[in-house]
Ligand binder design. Sequence first.
Ligand code: TEU
Length: 540
Amino acid sequence: MLDKTKKDWWKSAVFYQVYPKSFQDTDGDGVGDLKGVIRRLDYLEKLGIDGIWLSPVYASPQKDNGYDISDYRAVYPPFGTMADMEELIAQADRRGITIIMDLVLNHSSDQHRWFLSAKADKNSPWHDFYIWRDGTPDCPPNDMRATFGGPAWTYVPEIGQWYFHQFSPWQPDLNWENPAMRRELYDMIRFWVDKGVGGFRLDVIDNIGKEPDRKITCNGPKLHQYIRELSREAFREDTLVTVGEAWSAGVEEARRYANPDGSELSMVFQFEHMCVDYGRDKWDVVKPLPLVKLKKCHERWQKGLAGRGWNSLFLENHDLPRIVSTWGDDKKYRVESAKMLAAMTHGMQGTPYIYQGEELGMTNIRLPIEQYDDLEIHNAYREGLARGETPEGAMEGIYAHGRDNARTPMQWTDGKNAGFSQGTPWLPVNPNYTEINAQAALADPNSVFYFYQRLIALRKEYPVFREGDFTLLNPEDEHVFAYTREAGEERLLVACNFTAEEQPEVCPERFRGARVLAANYPDPSGSLRPFETRMLYVKE
Ligand code: TEU
C-alpha cells in the first residue's frame, strides 16, 4: 500500500475511472449507484489500484450524464445518498483506495439554483455567476458554436439577454471573472476535502479562462492565474492529487499545469495521442492507425515532461471508444492486443488511469441510432445528415468514436444484464458479455485482468517505471512500438507489435537473457507474433 502522506505519492499510483451510471446497479432501476461501487471495492482492491476517479455523482438533470450539475453539494438521488458517499470514502480508504471526485467548474446545469435565479432577474446576486450580453432575439453576440451543436448563445426574453454556453444550452458557462463565484467553488471543494476526498479531476479546466467576446474558449489569458488561485485556495494539502482535463494542452502548456513547484495541478489529461487517428474531426477516422505519429507523440510527451512535470497515461475514458476496438483487434486477437496496448501505456513514465472494463478488454458496440443516449452522438448524427451523408455513413463515425462505446454497462458475469442490473439497463449491455466479463476473467489466469494486475504491481516493485529515462527505438518502424526506460542500473524494454502479422524481434544486445516482467505469449519465439508484447528487465 502506498504511503499517501508523501507529497507526490500519486507518481507511483495507478488510478481507475468509475462511470457510476454504468458500473453496478444495486436497486434494480437500471442505473448504477454508489452502493454498487462499494460492492465492487474488493474487485478493485484485487486489481491493485490506488485510487478511483469517480465521474460526477452530484445532483443533475443528466442532460450530459452528470456533467451538468444542479447542486455541487448533493448526491444525484438515483445514485444514492450523502451517507452512501461517505460510506464509499470510508470503505475505499480501508482498502488503501483514494476517492478522486470529478469537478465540473467551467459550467453548471441550467437547473442550478444560481442559474434559475440569474435568468429570472438581472439583479439577482447570482446573475453575474454566468456570462450575459444584452441584445435582441435575432442577433446573438457572435457566431460561436457549442460543442454539442447549435449556437453557443441562448436568448432569455424575460431579461432581454443572451447567455454563453460552450457545450449545450443546459450547461451555462460559469463566469470566472467573478471572484464571488470563484469563492463559492472553492468553498464547495473544501466541503468535499473535509469529507475525506483525496483528489479531484477537473473537467475542461483549460476552458475556465474563456473570453467569449474575443471568441476565446480555451487557454485564455487569465487561465493559469485562475488555476494558481484555485490551487492555493482549494487544494491546500500537498497530498491532494489533482488532474486537469485539457484537450488543448501541448507539452509547453502541460509543463505549466504540472509545474513541479506545486503551484497548479499534479498533472493533466492531454489528448494529442488519442487524436492521431482523427481526420478532419473525431468522426472522420483515419485507418490504419498512423503508428509512427503515435510513437513520436509519446516520445515528445515522455521527454517533454521528464523532470519538468508529470504525465497521465491513459487509452480510455468515458468520452473515448474502447481501445481494443480502435487500435487493437477486438475479434481474433482481442486478448493479445488488449494486453499489448496496456503494456505500451503502463511501461511509460507517468500515472496510469484504467477505465472501467478496459481491464477486461471490453469492446465497442454498434446500436441503432435511437438506442444511443449521448447528446454528442445525436448531434453528430444530425450534423452528418445535414452535411449530406447517408444514415449509414453518419453512423460509421459514431460506431468508431461515439462516447457510448465506453458507457455500456460494466460486464460482471454471463448472467442477466451481465450482472450489472436486475432491472432494464439505461443503455444496452454489449451482447458479448457472455464471453467478456469479470467472472470469466477472474477464473482465467491468462486473462487481460491478471495482465493489468501484474502491470500495476510492477510499477510498485521496480523504480525504473517511475524514474526511468525514455528512449524510442526504431522511430520510423510502422509496425512495432518499442522503447526503453533507464534509471541507474535498471533497464526496461517494452516491445509492442501493433499488427496481426509476425514482425522481426526488437531486442538490443543488452537485453539478451533479460528477465521477462510481462508478456502476452507464453515463451519467446525469436520474432514478434501478432500483437505480441514483451517487457524485459535487466539490472546491470
Ligand atoms: O469533455 C470535454 C470534451 O470536450 C469532450 O466531451 C470532447 O468534446 C468529446 O467528448 C470528444 O470530442 C468533458 C467531459 O469529459 C465530457 O463527458 C463532458 O460532456 C464535457 O466535458 C462537458 O462537461
